[in-house]
Design a protein around this ligand. Structure first.
Ligand code: GAL
Length: 420
């Protein structure tokens, strides 16, 4: 324990030095992309293949403006699988589906840029994408040339139909044959070579294979999926949040663990579960990528995904993901179940997450038991209820699967006190 806290102190000190000296992981790889987790919207959780069209992209972009999402930091309009034709064009080039993209890709990317937003596309390291559209195997450099020409800002790169020793192609390997690093190397080289022409955010989607959080940054990526998909149900939230907790130290400015797209608006999640989903993804510094029809959104869902406090925590410049902590007397974490106590350092304080993931009830902490805080009185603010206070601890009655996100101000913590 003493060892652990000594190494935590050393780590904090190093991070402080790096932060104060303006050094970021991203700068060491020659880009300023992804200094905070990216925020946006993607087609996949909206209507899978059907949504990968110009109409959906432009409608979402307009909603980003009219709903005020752009002002809150939502920026990327990302098209997922199924945007191209089923076969490459005669010249071996990727071709947008002419029905879904009547004016091509560039015209849409240009319009989105004119609105002050960014545009993303999806590809795959294997022969085909997961939905059976052309993959980039053997075409990495040429595909990236096309992305640069179209003005693409974000490239999600999947791992279906990759070389598979166990099953004959075109099956996706159930277990990786070899290492997914091998599959990603050609695209890494192409993206890095193209960076002088265009700064494309590289998002790895290998579902957490081969501990991607340990090498994603060296592969030029700014974010990497750590798990199989979020299916928009409570079991997915439990599975992904608990998988992210022990690897939170691998997230940081320039390279973040991607807990998969948000599923706010899913009919399988209630308002409590949506708050916990958003709050934990925010605290864990996951990208915040919406996956719902923005033209048909409930007041409660909109309220959650526009929560300024949670967004500010997610976008905190320190980029330190929260982790679980165990106050005296609290039970041990149970595998796959959402633990009640989470905390993470911010540039001007500490954020505490209290989760009623297993049972409704009263949840509280003494600040002296929270990593980064001491035996003192602090000012605090809760992000979902807006409650504020001052004292040596907090406690809330929390409904089943709901969450409270408490920011505790530590005056002068790092680059000056910003306040609550
Ligand atoms: C999966 C990926 C999803 C989505 C889908 C498209 O592999 O995890 O996020 O992109 O492919 O087919």
């Amino acid at each position: 324990m003493a060892m652990e806290s000594r190494s935590a102190t050393l780590q904090s000190f190093l991070t402080l030095l790096l932060t104060l000296s303006g050094f970021h992981l991203a700068e060491s790889s020659g880009t300023n992309l992804g200094l905070t987790p990216h925020m946006g919207w993607s087609t996949w959780n909206v209507a899978q293949c059907r949504a990968a069209s110009a109409r959906y992209a432009l409608d979402a972009a307009e909603k980003f403006i009219s709903l005020g999402l752009k002002d809150l930091g939502y920026e990327y309009i990302n098209i997922d699988d199924c945007w191209s034709t089923r076969k490459r064009g005669a010249s071996g080039k990727l071709a947008p589906d002419p029905v879904k993209w009547p004016d091509g890709i560039k015209a849409v990317a240009d319009q989105i840029h004119d609105m002050g937003l960014k545009f993303g596309l999806y590809g795959c390291a294997g022969q085909m994408t997961c939905a059976g559209f052309p993959g980039s195997e053997g075409h990495a450099a040429s595909d990236v040339d096309q992305l640069v020409g179209w003005g693409v800002d974000f490239w999600k790169f999947d791992n279906c139909y990759t070389p598979c020793k166990v099953n004959p192609r075109p099956e996706t390997c159930p277990r990786p044959a070899g290492n997914s690093k091998t599959w990603y190397a050609p695209m890494r080289d192409a993206i890095l070579t193209a960076r002088s022409a265009r700064q494309i955010h590289f998002n790895l989607c290998n579902w957490g294979r081969d501990e991607v959080w340990k090498w994603g940054a060296q592969y030029g990526a700014q974010s990497w999926r750590i798990s199989p998909d979020n299916y928009g149900d409570w079991a997915s939230i439990e599975r992904i949040a608990t998988a992210a907790a022990p690897i939170s130290q691998h997230s940081g400015p320039g390279g973040f663990n991607d807990l998969d797209m948000l599923y706010l608006g899913s009919p399988k999640l209630n308002a409590h579960q949506e708050r916990l989903h958003f709050g934990l993804w925010g605290m864990l510094k996951s990208p915040l990528v919406l996956g719902l029809d923005l033209g048909n959104i409930s007041a409660s869902t909109l309220e959650t995904l526009t929560n300024r406090g949670v967004i500010a925590v997610n976008q905190d410049p320190l980029g330190r993901a929260a982790a679980m902590f165990r106050p005296p007397g609290a039970p041990e974490p149970e595998p796959g179940r959402i633990y009640p106590y989470w905390a993470g350092e911010l540039v001007d304080g500490v954020v505490i997450g209290l989760c009623a993931g297993m049972v409704a009830g009263r949840y509280g902490v003494e600040f002296r038991d929270v990593p980064g805080l001491g035996r003192k009185s602090y000012e605090w603010k809760e992000m979902y209820t807006g409650q504020t206070g001052r004292g040596s601890g907090v406690a809330f009655d929390i409904g089943l699967h709901d969450m409270r996100v408490v920011k505790v101000a530590v005056p002068g913590a790092r680059e000056g006190h910003v306040g609550l």
